[in-house]
Design a binder for this molecule. Structure first.
Ligand code: FES
Ligand code: FE2
Length: 358
């Protein structure tokens, strides 16, 4: 099997809560085909997508109660992967089972434990309580990306691309000489504690444009504060705030961008966008957020990251990154990942060593 070399004993997001129903969902996670579903009692189940009888994909089967029935000869399996029923046969062979994974539903995501099942510790799931607070609204997204998961995550660790790649949507207003004669000052701080990397980036006294001006209700000027917290394997917890000249903050947008490897060169991108302004029904509505974020991510980020992936495949070992000052958050995360691979006795993946030493 094409099992990928990924970090183990960590929670990987396998699906959005809303994606799991009483119909089987087939999804490859870290190179392993899986079937996921929600049983009648609400429990989530994740199994290898392979019937141990004759290798039919279980995802072609049906959910009956809390179990899944293979569509080929009708064998049934429970949430632990044990076979519970063979038509016209009482004795079930001891080896008639399929691998089951621990899954936990939290904050609107389905977290799958990749590693030793007995080590699964749900206190290690990132803490995202704002997704459930009454005064906030949350919109969830799933994107499929034809790039390595790290390239897509790096895009979220690199706020400096926003003013350029997203100049028509969420950039700050640049080059308005009438109102602003100098480029806004940027301050940046990155800290690594254990396996967590945090960053705070402030663009001082800047004007907003496009969607950011609409969210804020004016062009400003404001101090634009971007806070990032990265947790392994690849959970990017971001906040965007606009501070008035007196320091008041009226809008906070919390975003989680979480990458899970599908294959070595494709990934699943799970996201939420949670906002605390505009009242319960005002702009931006769920439909506005859906349209805006799909425009930005499907329109700008994913095409760029997929193009990077193609370049890396075309140039092979010649494709080395040259980091600059603004890449500090990306390179700090890569350093943590490299150490985690090495601590686990693995060679660090090329995607975290491609950056030339600073
Ligand atoms: S292959 Fe699944 S029951 Fe035979
Ligand atoms: Fe982006």
């Amino acid at each position: 099997m094409q099992k990928l070399q990924v970090l183990e004993n960590l929670w990987y997001v396998a699906a959005l809560s809303g994606e799991l129903t009483d119909k089987p969902l087939a999804r490859m996670i870290c190179g392993v085909p899986m079937v996921l579903y929600r049983g009648e009692n609400g429990n989530l189940v994740a199994l290898e997508d392979r019937c141990p009888h004759r290798q039919a994909p279980l995802s072609m089967g049906n959910i009956i109660g809390d179990q899944i029935q293979c569509d080929y000869h009708g064998f049934m399996f429970d949430g632990t992967g044990a076979c519970t029923h063979i038509p016209r046969q009482d004795k079930i062979p001891a080896s008639m089972g399929v691998r089951a994974f621990a899954v936990v539903e939290r904050w609107g995501f389905v977290w799958l434990w990749w590693g030793d099942r007995e080590k699964a510790d749900d206190s290690a799931i990132p803490h995202l309580p704002w997704t459930e607070e009454d005064h906030q609204r949350t919109q969830y997204f799933y994107f499929h990306v034809k790039s390595n998961h790290q390239l897509m995550a790096d895009n979220l660790l690199d706020i400096s691309h926003v003013d350029f790649l997203h100049k028509h949507s969420i950039a700050s207003k640049i080059g308005d000489t009438e109102k602003q004669t100098e480029a806004p000052k940027v301050t940046f701080e990155t800290t690594t504690e254990g396996n967590v990397v945090t960053t705070v980036r402030k663009v001082h006294n800047t004007l907003l444009a496009g969607q950011t001006a609409k969210w804020h209700g004016s062009e400003g000027p404001v101090t634009r504060i971007s806070t990032g917290r990265w947790e392994p394997p690849n959970c990017c917890i971001l906040k965007l705030q606009f501070a008035e000249p007196d320091g008041t903050i009226n809008e906070t947008i919390s975003m989680e961008h979480i990458m899970t490897p599908e294959t070595a060169s494709t990934c699943h991108y799970f996201m939420d966008w949670t906002w605390d302004f505009g009242g319960p029904d005002g702009y931006p509505t769920h439909a506005d957020v859906d349209q805006e974020q799909r425009g930005i991510i499907d329109g700008d980020d994913i095409p760029m990251v997929e193009a990077q992936q193609r370049t890396i495949e075309q140039f092979g070992a010649d494709a080395r990154d040259v980091p600059v000052k603004q890449d500090l958050h990306v390179s700090s995360v890569h350093r943590v990942l490299k150490r985690m691979y090495e601590d686990a006795g693995m060679t660090a993946a090329a995607e975290v060593t491609r950056m030339a030493a600073e």
